[in-house]
Structure formats: structure tokens, C-alpha cells
Design a protein around this ligand. Sequence first.
Ligand SMILES: [Fe+2]
Length: 175
Amino acid sequence: MAVSQTKTAKTAQYQSRINIPAEKRTQLIGMLNQHLADTLDLYTQVKQAHWNVKGMNFYQLHLLFDELATEVLGFVDLLAERATTLGGIAQGTARMAAEASALPEYPLGAVEGREHVEALVERYGQYSSRIRTAIDDSDSLGDKDTADLYTEISRAVDMRLWFLEAHLQSSATLD
Ligand SMILES: [Fe+2]
């Protein structure tokens, strides 16, 4: 039997023998679906940069952006499958992501490498902040496994933020 429309909200859930109380699983599933939307949005934005970057650094940025996108797609699967592991329904279509994502839309006027790197630094910065908050939020809901999943994503995103920011740094930008 199909799940009714009213039960396809971000927090709908099945019964489970996972010993985290149902109301806490509800909150965790809602968080995971929010970050699933953010992450799908980030993935498409990195691909947008991969396809459209121009200039003398084209090839290295084209390759870097694809590497980043592949990694972000891995986060999408981790988040969606943690939501379903907890008994939830993953909300992972492009339309769902577009409706729910907290990230700003990609600047369609970006052309040169620096413009794409700056756009991605801004978005990776916001994304990393949201994921870091989710580590503590899931821990305080009694789910160290979800906190560990967020920690894994956070560590990788911080490193990628370094990769991106290094393009914009020099002795002149030292504090
Ligand atoms: Fe490609």
C-alpha cells in the first residue's frame, strides 16, 4: 500500500527496533532530510562550476570541481540512508531539494575561475557550518552514530574548504 501524501513529510517514519525513542528519531530524520536537500543542492552547484568555468586555470579547476562533486554525492547517499536506517523516508528528488535547501542559488554570471572558487567557498562555508552544528544536535538527541556520520562529512568538507580557499590566499591575506 502506498504511503499517503500526509505521511510523506520530512519526518514520517516506520517503526524500528533501533533503540532511539520515536520522537528523537523524528527529529533526527527531519535534520537528515534537511541536510540531504542542502547536499543535493551543493552537488548540482559544484557540477555547475565544473561545466561552466573558463580561463587559463580551466583544466585544473574543471578536474577539481568534478572531484568535489563526486565526494559530495557520497555525502548524499550517507545522509539519505541514515534517514531510512532510522525508519524515515528519504526526501531526495531534485524538486524536494530545490524546495528545502538552505543554500543560496548559484551565481549564474560566474565565468572566470576565481568567480567560481569564490562562489564555492561561500557555499562550502555555509554548508560546513550547518554540518558542524548537526554534529552536536544529533549527539544531544542521543545518536552518536549520526553524530559520527556528520563528523565524517564535516572533516572532509573542512579539507575541501582549504583546497578552495588556498586559491584565494597569499602572503597578503595572512592575518
Ligand atoms: Fe564532467
